[in-house]
Every structure is written in structure tokens, then in C-alpha cells.
Design a protein around this ligand. Structure first.
Ligand SMILES: Cc1cc2nc3c(=O)[nH]c(=O)nc-3n(C[C@H](O)[C@H](O)[C@H](O)COP(=O)(O)OP(=O)(O)OC[C@H]3O[C@@H](n4cnc5c(N)ncnc54)[C@H](O)[C@@H]3O)c2cc1C
Length: 459
């Protein structure tokens, strides 16, 4: 590989920063990456607790549509770690009810026929009203969602008169699972974009899980790939401020007072952290940076519970509209390497991981209170199999600011990866790309940012 002789400093060792490190190392740049925590991976980070059990920032489902993520995983030899599940989405209801959206292995839109005619819950009339509401989407395809960006999804649903049950039972958990905010807050564009992708690309709604911890199957291999090719990754290193002078970035001051310099700077930080390192003068002088203050991070809580028996044999993601667990999975079924507890086998017994949302009102609650609520929800969804079940262990992770909140009319504030400052670039879920704040979006943003840096370097 030909070296460019140019240096890049990447701020942030999440999926976006690590992907950019790989891409730029491959293109001959000298790359240095700084990460403020001791762990890499950001929102996909995972670590072992003092009892040897893996804890995750949150359950991570791999959507079939994340082609750029899978290209990356193939390049680093990690793709075989994705275990694809049966192509269906199951919803669990309090009282023990269920409904499932199955698909057929047929071209779009025929693959959705079983989801519409035999989900076992919504009436034909409800599904007809729903199908009608999607006619503009079917006709205009991806040109339609941007025209609805000014509405929340609830407002959009009301205008299209599809039933309350569809909104409450199907779309509420979907909105909470995607961005941890309810239909009354989320922009209609997000749900319509996802629906459009599910409609147009049959494999898009198929879900995969890693066979073990993201640290072992994604983050460490990605970091090692770049390090073995010369990149330098520094953890426990926090950027405090970008030094801006003469229309360019001259360096990054760290929280320990040191200054790091490079030819190009790539910020792959969550947007609330980016706002902290951007100098006030830049925010004042350029709306491009000032606008970033419009974004807010969404709180979310992740809970794991190990039970003394198997509560479900479902080897897939599960949704629940009732209670505080919109999306969850029994990792003992989905993730073979997670069939353990305190270093002992935990075969044939449940180990759930739950996304708890909306979390705004729960952050101040104690661990016991939250675990009690989650346990109550799971017992209500599985009244038979959970009878007499005992909790063997539980863990909880609170993230006060996770993904950015995609509220109505926010799209115009999403920045491009290229900025008005010629040697400064951005990556991360909030930057402009198709898959929002997700693993697919983080990788896509890093690919775009890396291409911009290559261009800036005359490549
Ligand atoms: C609970 C949960 C569940 C999720 N589930 C899914 C899912 O199922 N599917 C999916 O596709 N996506 C999911 N996501 C979203 C996905 O994890 C994120 O969109 C993606 O990981 C974002 O990557 P990133 O690199 O852009 O940001 P981050 O992961 O936030 O990385 C940014 C990094 O910057 C570091 N940093 C911050 N400030 C500084 C500083 N001053 N100096 C140096 N470093 C700094 C941070 O520590 C962090 O490591 C989920 C997210 C959460 C929270």
C-alpha cells in the first residue's frame, strides 16, 4: 500500500471512529484515534463484570439492510459471527397473547403477504386501512418520507386514519425499539423510511445477532485490523477542545492539557460530546456548527435478567407494546456464547436482555425498582412459563444520552461529513446518511467521511 504521508486524528473510538480508522489506514494515511473511555465501541461496547459475565451497552440487532456494515465485517473476517434468525417479527402481549409478522421468500412486495393476511391479531379491516395508508409510500418510494418530516408519527397515523390498535400495538414498540422515543415524539419520516426499506428490500427486516459479545466479534477485530497496519489507538484520552485558528483546526487540546496535531481531524463523537469540543467562535461564525446544538440525546436503559428456567424458546428479537420493554431477546437462545452465568453453563435457562424505554421517567429509579418492573412485564407476557421462576442475576446500564432524538424537522440540521472547515470532518449516526443513528448508519457515515478526507488529500 502506498502511504500518503498525511496524518489523521480521529476523535472517538465507537463504531464510526474505528471504521474510519480502518478505511483511512487502508488508504495509506497515518491514523491516530483517541477514545475517552478505557473501552472502545461506544454504544456497541461490551465488557465483563466482576463475575465474568458479559454486559452490553444494549441489545444490538443486525438488520438485513446494513450492507456497508457487512462489507466491513467481511473485510476484517468478522462476518461469520452474525447469526441470521428466521425472517419474522414477533410481538408479545401482556396476558400471554402473541402475534407474528411472517414473510415469504418472494420478491417485494409479495414477501409481506403473510404479514398482512395472517398475523393472527389485527383484523383484515385494520390491515386494509394500514395498506391503504401506505399507498403514497408504495408509489413514491423513498421520495415520500422526506415530505412527511414535519409530522410526528402519531400525527401522520391520525391523518391516514389507520387504527389506534395498529399505532399502539405495532408502531409504539417499533418507534421505541428504533430510537427509544414514542410515536408522539418521533418524526414520521423515520418510521416511513424504515417501512419503505422493509417493503422494498425483502431481506431488510431479517434480523441477525452476533454469536457472542460485540467486543470479541466486532470491536476488537476492527481495532486490531487498523493497529496491525500502523494505526495508533489511545484509550483513556479525552478531547477537550478543537483549536481553531485562521479558518482551520490547528490541533486538539486533551483534558490532560496536551495538544495533538494532524493534517486532518475527524470527529466521530456523539453529537452532545461534539458540541462540547467545538470552540464557541466556530459555533457563532458558522450556522453549520451552531445548528448542532439543536440535537438532544435520548436516554435508554439496558437490563439483563438470568432466570432459573427457560421462559421462552424464541430464538429471535421480540417486541412488546405493553409495559416498559419495547424490544428484547432471550440471549440464551439468540447468542450461543452467552449461555453462561458466573462462568458456569446456563443451558436451557433464560438470559434476557431488554431495552427499557421510554426511560426519561426511569433514570432516577433504583436498580431494584426497574428490575422489578421489567420482571413484572416478562411475567405478564409469559404467564405460564414464568410461574415460580426465580431471578438468579440481574444487571442494569443507564445511558442518559444515547442516540440523537430524531424529532420532526430535525433533518435539515443533520450535517454532512464534510464541514466548512477544510481540515475538519464529521462521522456518526447524526450526520447525513440513510440509516440514522444505528450501526449501519455509523459505518455509512465513516465511509463517507473517509472518502471526503481522501478527496481533501488529493486522492
Ligand atoms: C441501548 C442501545 C441499543 C442499540 N441497539 C441497536 C441495534 O439493535 N441496532 C443498531 O443498528 N443500532 C443500535 N443502537 C445504535 C448504535 O449503537 C449506534 O448508532 C452506534 O453504535 C453509534 O456509533 P458512533 O460511533 O456513531 O457513536 P458512539 O458509539 O457513541 O461512539 C462515540 C465514541 O466517542 C467517545 N467520546 C465521546 N466524547 C469523547 C471525547 N471528548 N474524546 C474522546 N472520545 C470521546 C465515546 O466514549 C464513544 O466511544 C443501539 C444503541 C443503544 C444505546
Amino acid at each position: 500500500m502506498q502511504r500518503t504521508g498525511k496524518t489523521v486524528l480521529i476523535l472517538g473510538g465507537g463504531l464510526a471512529g474505528l471504521t474510519a480508522a480502518k478505511r483511512l489506514t487502508d488508504r495509506g494515511f497515518s491514523v491516530r484515534l483517541i477514545e475517552k473511555r478505557s473501552l472502545y465501541g461506544g454504544k456497541v461496547s461490551s465488557w465483563k463484570d466482576e463475575e465474568g459475565d458479559w454486559i452490553e451497552s444494549g441489545t444490538h440487532c443486525f438488520f438485513g439492510a446494513y450492507d456497508e456494515l457487512y462489507d466491513l465485517m467481511r473485510e476484517i473476517g468478522a462476518y461469520d459471527s452474525v447469526l441470521w434468525k428466521e425472517h419474522r417479527l414477533t410481538y408479545t402481549l401482556s396476558g400471554g397473547g402473541r402475534f407474528t409478522f411472517n414473510t415469504w421468500n418472494l420478491p417485494s412486495p409479495l414477501h409481506l403477504v403473510p404479514a398482512i393476511i395472517k398475523n393472527g391479531y389485527f383484523t383484515f379491516g385494520e390491515m386494509l386501512a394500514f395498506s391503504k395508508s401506505l399507498i403514497p409510500l408504495a408509489l413514491k418510494k423513498d421520495r415520500y418520507p422526506p415530505t412527511q418530516e414535519h409530522l410526528t408519527f402519531s400525527e401522520w397515523a391520525k391523518r391516514h386514519r389507520f387504527g389506534k390498535r395498529l399505532l399502539e400495538k405495532m408502531f409504539r414498540p417499533m418507534a421505541l425499539a428504533l430510537k427509544f422515543i414514542p410515536p408522539e415524539r418521533i418524526s414520521a419520516k423515520i418510521i416511513l423510511d424504515v417501512t419503505e426499506v422493509f417493503y422494498r428490500i425483502p431481506k431488510a427486516s431479517c434480523m441477525g445477532f452476533l454469536k457472542g459479545a460485540p467486543e470479541e466479534h466486532l470491536i476488537a477485530p476492527l481495532k486490531q485490523y487498523s493497529e496491525t497496519r500502523g494505526a495508533e489507538c489511545m484509550n483513556g484520552t479525552e478531547a477537550e477542545e478543537l483549536l481553531y485558528e485562521g479558518g482551520e483546526i490547528r490541533g486538539v487540546r486533551l483534558s490532560n492539557g496536551k495538544v495533538l496535531e494532524a493534517d486532518y481531524y475527524l470527529c466521530a463523537l456523539p453529537v452532545h460530546n461534539l458540541n462540547r469540543v467545538l470552540p464557541e467562535t466556530m459555533k457563532r461564525e458558522r450556522a453549520f456548527f451552531g445548528d448542532l446544538q439543536q440535537f438532544e440525546g435520548v436516554p435508554v436503559i439496558s437490563v439483563q435478567i438470568w432466570y432459573d428456567r427457560q421462559i421462552t424458546s424464541e430464538n429471535n428479537v421480540l417486541f412488546s407494546p405493553d409495559g416498559i420493554i419495547p424490544v428484547y431477546a432471550d440471549l440464551a437462545n439468540t447468542t450461543p456464547e452467552y449461555r453462561t452465568l458466573r462462568g458456569e453453563p446456563h443451558e436451557g435457562k433464560s438470559r434476557f436482555e431488554f431495552c427499557v424505554a421510554p426511560a426519561d421517567g426511569l433514570l432516577g429509579r433504583t436498580k431494584d425498582e426497574i428490575i422489578g418492573m421489567v420482571d413484572g412485564d416478562i411475567r405478564s407476557c409469559f404467564p405460564e412459563t414464568s410461574k415460580g421462576a426465580r431471578i438468579l442475576k440481574s444487571t442494569l446500564v443507564k445511558i442518559p444520552q444515547s442516540v440523537y432524538a430524531p424529532l420532526p424537522d430535525m433533518e435539515r440540521f443533520r450535517p454532512t461529513q464534510k464541514t466548512p472547515v477544510p481540515n475538519l470532518f464529521l462521522a456518526g449516526g447524526f450526520t447525513e446518511q440513510r440509516y440514522y443513528d444505528s450501526m449501519g448508519g455509523a459505518v455509512m457515515s465513516a465511509n463517507l467521511a473517509s472518502e471526503e478526507i481522501v478527496k481533501a488529500a488529493g486522492g
